[in-house]
Design a protein. Structure first.
Length: 396
């Protein structure tokens, strides 16, 4: 029994890691570790010096919603507690716009980045804009804070002034897209009403032009009053004709046939008969401010049709104007706006490469790697010794 326990204890002692032996191994190979780390640090330092310095320009915007808060002062309390109870939806929409291809194309076009940056390395079979967008994405970094809803737009470029210009262009393009695109139901409604308003205005003006042409052709300005005048004038002519005819018949018996008085009465009757004939519509119709009795109904009907078209189109236009103004108010209440908190500035210090950090990381990483290599080779040598295959000249 004791023999078995001693055997197990011996096996356990062989498996226990001896820290002192590990330290001895590391100490014996300290020269290799030093040389390995020195080479890694020197190479990293050289690479960091060769790398092109990159500068970062950052602008920060805050989404502003004009929607009335349903929670009242609860949003302020939530903000103090580190929570967000509003603006998330607007932030999501703005982030979608900032990451869209549309805004990237607009910025690239405005700043002429294809010609200035991306044209030189573009493959011949690639579309210039699509290639520029892919390369441009590596320059842009967009992030949002869920608690404060702040959105940061960072541009990295080897030219600090150009980085600032691109960041500024990004904000301006964002404002243009928010103003031009339909990102809310109210804006879609306003765009629809605006198109309908243009159509209604064209229809109303067309009706007005038809009415003016009709009035010029027929001389009808106010058909009701003009028709009333026509009837009054006609009745006066008939009355005058009757009076002259009675007078003519009375004087015809007393005077000779060639009497100047009879001739005068006859001429007056002839003139009155022509006017009556004209008013009754006998003979060719002429444009006159006094409509004939025969043509009055048709002209009144034509006038009524044109007048009705003007009234209908005018009513539709007036209604659309009211709806359009209401839609603009609703759009203003539901609009998405941004406030620039931090304007982009020209960086006076490079953002990367961070040479000191790179060298420090290289030193630690190479140190751990060197220790791993030492233990790995020691493990290989140990296995070879156990199998009797160890060579006379070890690897280290």
């Amino acid at each position: 029994m004791n023999t078995k326990i001693n055997a197990n204890q011996a096996d356990y002692d062989e498996d226990v890691i001896d820290l002192y032996e590990l330290w001895q191994t590391i100490w014996m190979k300290r020269k290799f570790i030093f040389i390995f780390c020195s080479i890694a640090v020197v190479l990293t330092a050289i690479i960091s010096l060769i790398m092109t310095p990159m500068y970062r320009s950052t602008t920060t915007v805050l989404p502003i919603s004009s929607k009335p808060s349903m929670m009242g002062g609860m949003s302020d309390l939530a903000a103090l507690a580190g929570l967000s109870m509003g603006g998330g939806d607007d932030t999501t929409k703005i982030m979608a716009v900032l990451n869209s291809r549309t805004i990237k194309e607009q910025v690239i076009t405005e700043q002429e980045l294809i010609k200035e940056i991306f044209e030189e390395d573009r493959p011949e079979d690639r579309n210039p804009m699509l290639w520029a967008i892919e390369e441009f994405e590596d320059m842009v970094s967009i992030s949002s804070d869920k608690k404060t809803t702040l959105i940061s737009i960072s541009i990295e470029d080897e030219n600090p002034e150009r980085a600032m210009r691109i960041a500024d262009s990004y904000v301006r393009s964002l404002k243009d897209i928010l103003n031009s695109k339909s990102l809310s139901v109210s804006k879609i409604k306003r765009d629809f009403l605006e198109k309908q308003l243009v159509k209604a205005e064209k229809r109303m003006k067309k009706g007005q032009r038809r009415m003016v042409a009709f009035q010029k052709r027929t001389k009808l300005i106010d058909p009701g009053k003009q028709a009333s005048g026509t009837f009054k004038f006609y009745s006066e002519l008939v009355s005058k004709k009757t009076e002259l005819e009675v007078k003519y018949q009375t004087m015809e018996a007393a005077l000779a046939t060639g009497s100047p008085m009879l001739k005068s009465l006859k001429r007056q009757l002839s003139i009155i008969n022509k006017k009556i004939s004209h008013l009754e519509g006998d003979g060719p119709e002429r444009a006159s401010a006094v409509p004939t009795l025969a043509g009055a109904p048709e002209k009144m009907s034509q006038y009524a049709d044109r007048y009705r078209d003007i009234q209908i189109s005018g009513t539709i236009y007036k209604t659309l104007v009211q709806m359009y103004e209401q839609a603009k108010l609703e759009e203003a209440r539901e609009g998405i706006f941004i406030q620039v908190i931090d304007q982009p500035v020209v960086a006076d210090k490079r953002f990367k490469p961070k040479r000191a950090l790179m060298v420090l990381v290289a030193a630690f990483t190479s140190g751990f790697l060197a220790v791993f290599i030492i233990f790995f080779m020691e493990w290989i040598n140990t296995i070879k010794e156990e199998k009797g295959l160890k060579q006379e000249n070890p690897l280290f």
